[in-house]
Design a protein around this ligand. Sequence first.
Ligand code: SF4
Length: 253
Amino acid sequence: MKGYIHSTESFGTVDGPGIRFVVFFQGCPLRCLYCHNPDTWEMHSAKNNRGTEMSVGEILEMYDGVKEFCSGGITATGGEPLMQLDFLTELFEEAKKRNINTCLDTSGITFDPDHTEKFDRLMKSTDVIMLDIKHIDDEEHKKLTGHSNKNILEFARYLSKNEKTLWVRHVTVPGITYNDEYLHRLGVFLSELRSLKALDVLQYHDMGKVKYENLGIPYPLGDTPPLTKEQAAHARDVIMQGIKDGLASRKHE
Ligand code: SF4
């Protein structure tokens, strides 16, 4: 089986535990307004043939070449790795046979709570999940990404139920997610997730702009200023308060 891979990167330091070999999968069904990787959206097309076809063996061979420096393991990111679920599963199963730590960076968008068989299998070979929750409010999520967040939140619950090590990431964007009500609601939701091990509040920045220019696509957040460090710290505090409030209210149930 071959997968469509956008690129690979050694020495990834923000893509899971330790220093990692990062595999960027091609293809994503979301269209996040702040996406930094619009060149990963299309799986393959005559117009945008950016994915390289690679086998699991070829990827692991590349990893072997840098494994001394990437002792953290392999991270699958994208794009959306779950778009190529069978290939991703084959990659992680092969990696686990070699005792390589595996991390999946995903939005969870393809999860279907009524058909989890393939996810159950993938989870057996996945050590860590980095789940990007884009927006806690469903209507706002649709405006931000073009899709509902219902199955994404169900995916988070599924991971928690299955005791999968879960890191949640949340990009905080002025005028979109930088809003105390939404941040607090996100915290209350996170308080449900027993397997949550880390929370990463990412500051929106516009460094992806140049890729849009290169692709000839208008940059949707042209007028949005980057989030400041102080705002990011505030956002984190509000989410943490939501987690505390969520835990406290459940104690009284
Ligand atoms: S999920 Fe990631 S790759 Fe897909 S549109 Fe959103 S930011 Fe871009």
